[in-house]
Design a protein. Structure first.
Length: 255
């Protein structure tokens, strides 16, 4: 039985708590959030103990692994604390806000000999798994064109409006667009170059277009969270193959 501690009991914390409930041989035994009502909500779902102090949860000997669902600017602090406690870690994306912090954490992870996974979910999304299988199989020849889209209304549900502070979230570039950045790299490997153009204001990057240069494939990705509330969310992937076949998934049409 793997015993899990959850730090951060907002929207993503609750999503993952329900996922853990569906798994065998996994149990959430501890939760912590500065908002006690949120922590108690997940505790009621899972039967977990509420820890008022996250450090106490991290250092609890009963807990095997920690899930970190905190705003991005807090990731480094809590991952390092988990390393010091020799706990394996699942952390929501994005990893960190800058390369320096990322490299520091990777070094610490290796020194502590613990496992770390960042929640880049597209690698495990059924439609995206199938898309990669088809690309790798060359069933329709080489992938000639790839278009990835991820657009939504503003994330107004975040605690203390942290999504709209680029120093805390990285804005839509790091919090939203990053999903397709990761999947493109996973699908096609390292590009020769990347060029991005976007709309930037006091809330950070609100809408981004990125073009990737590969030898055989034209690649473009769009990400933004500046649409109307009524639009909601849409993710899409479209590929055009060597024989003319078009493979497409759109969450608006195929939720």
């Amino acid at each position: 039985m793997i015993k899990i501690g959850i730090i951060g009991c907002g929207f993503m914390g609750k999503v993952h708590a329900n996922c853990y409930r569906a798994l065998q041989n996994v149990k959430v035994v501890g939760v912590s959030d500065i908002r006690q009502d949120k922590a108690k909500e997940i505790a009621n779902l899972t039967g977990a103990r509420v820890f008022a102090d996250a450090d106490e949860l991290i250092n609890n000997k009963e807990i095997d692994a920690i899930s970190v669902f905190l705003p991005t600017y807090l990731h480094k602090e809590f991952i390092l604390k988990c390393c010091n406690a020799k706990k394996d870690i699942f952390c929501e994306k994005p990893f960190t806000l800058n390369l320096k912090d990322t490299e520091e954490i990777i070094t610490k992870i290796k020194e502590a000999k613990v496992k770390l996974m960042i929640g880049m979910v597209l690698r495990f999304w059924p439609e995206y798994i199938e898309f990669k299988r088809i690309v790798d199989s060359k069933k329709f020849g080489k992938l000639k064109v790839l278009k990835c889209t991820r657009i939504s209304a503003p994330p107004i549900y975040g605690w203390d409006n942290w999504y709209f502070d680029p120093n805390r979230s990285g804005s839509a570039a790091l919090d939203l667009h990053i999903h397709d950045v990761d999947y493109i790299y996973y699908l096609l490997g390292k590009p020769k170059s990347v060029y991005s153009l976007g709309k930037n204001d006091k809330k950070g990057w609100q809408h981004i277009y990125s073009t990737y240069r590969y030898r055989d494939t034209i690649v473009n990705a769009e990400g933004g969270w500046d649409l109307s509330k009524s639009y909601g969310f849409m993710q899409e992937i479209r590929g055009v193959f060597e024989d003319g076949t078009v493979l497409e998934y759109n969450s608006k049409n195929q939720p």
